[in-house]
Write a protein that binds this ligand. Structure first.
Ligand code: GLY
Length: 363
């Protein structure tokens, strides 16, 4: 158990299997969760360097996980290691790391020998509130994020908050960006966590426990109703349509980029008349005052390129998530070119507002 918290357990009920989510569990207690001794660990290099003393004693594959290594060549490397380590259908894969590591390891485990049993120890806030839960695993391809992947639930996920104390500050803020998202799409009370002192929260295991539990309550409800993202689950992509383009262009952590994407989506919600100007102003103020954003310099041509690349998944139209109110989100199928024009209007407004948050790179 993490210091100063109780364990809260959820069972996420999915089509192929239930996924057990242990919030406040500890890597130190991993032996109580793993199913036997035929086990292989896939771990993030930094996490292993920091915590090898509490790793269980099993064969290990170390991965330097980043958006750049979230690729098919890393998957091939893992498959080769599986062959060398004589992985068989009874081998259980335990992945220990952040969102990218979980995505990579979950995909390798889900595809090798048509699927091995696997579980995660989530070591970043982003992985604990989002990436490790819900069964989306995959890699980037040809510059397009997450375009190769599967839906396949891990048998269990341990969210160990003690490990967050060594997390890079920007990575912690990135996780908070996904927490903001849950506030906007379904739990406005979570937004009370954000304020002048939000940046000090990294040491506050009790508070982190609360926001992870609240975030995962929403995620569980959504995924159980629409595991394969044919409708409701799209709400979890609030801020992501433009967030992904900003992430790839500015090379900033995912949750910070999607916070900018949420600002753009709020602007568009108001421009299209779905959200009142007053509510949009309040929502904008909440994000700008959250401490999550950092100043970025964006290249408009690259934004267009990455947005167009991302669009390849859905053709001319995309399901865009907007807000009616803080806590009330919905999706509308919109023409991508029209959306990008609205996004450019938002970008120009931000740039000319002299807030210093966004500047444009000129070529
Ligand atoms: N990260 C969004 C989802 O799990 O659907």
């Amino acid at each position: 158990m993490n210091t100063g918290t109780n364990i809260i357990e959820f069972i996420l009920k999915a089509a192929a299997r239930d996924s057990r989510i242990i919030v406040g569990g500890s890597l130190k207690d991993i032996n109580t969760y793993i199913p036997g001794s035929n086990l292989l660990i896939i771990a993030d290099k930094e996490v292993h360097e920091l915590y090898s003393d509490i790793f269980p004693d099993f064969p290990l594959i170390i991965i330097e996980s980043s958006e750049q290594t979230k690729s098919l060549s890393t998957i091939e490397h893992i498959y080769k290691q599986f062959l060398e380590q004589d992985v068989d259908r009874d081998t259980f894969i335990l992945a220990i790391g952040g969102g990218v590591l979980c995505d990579i390891a979950g995909f390798a485990a889900s595809t090798y020998l048509r699927g091995l049993r696997y579980a995660f120890v989530a070591t970043t806030l982003l992985a604990q509130v989002d990436a490790s839960v819900g069964g989306k695993n995959g890699v980037n391809f040809n510059g397009i994020k997450n375009i190769i992947g599967v839906f396949n639930q891990p048998e269990f996920v341990i969210c160990d908050h003690d490990l967050l104390k060594t997390l890079d500050k920007e990575e912690f803020l990135s996780g908070l960006g996904e927490v903001l998202k849950y506030g906007f799409i379904g739990d406005p009370e979570i937004l009370a966590y954000f304020g002048d002192d939000s940046n000090a929260g990294q040491e506050d295991t009790g508070k982190i426990h609360d926001i992870v539990v609240r975030s995962l309550r929403i995620k569980k409800q959504i995924v159980e109703n629409d595991e394969l993202e044919t409708g409701l689950r799209r709400l979890l992509n609030f801020g992501h349509s433009f967030g992904h383009a900003i992430e790839s262009t500015a090379k900033i952590p995912h949750g910070i980029a999607i916070s900018y994407g949420m600002l753009a989506a709020i602007y568009i919600s108001a421009r299209k008349g779905y959200m009142s100007d007053g509510e949009a102003k309040k929502a904008t103020h909440l994000i700008k005052g959250s401490g999550v954003l950092k100043a970025v310099s964006l290249d408009p041509a690259m934004l267009r390129y990455h947005f167009a690349a991302d669009k390849k998944r859905s053709g001319r139209y995309l399901y865009f998530v907007m807000l009616k109110n803080i806590g009330e989100a919905f999706t509308e199928k919109l023409e991508a070119d029209m959306l990008f024009e609205l996004f450019e209007d938002w970008l120009n407004k931000e740039v000319s507002s002299a807030s210093g948050l966004i500047t444009l790179k000129q070529n």
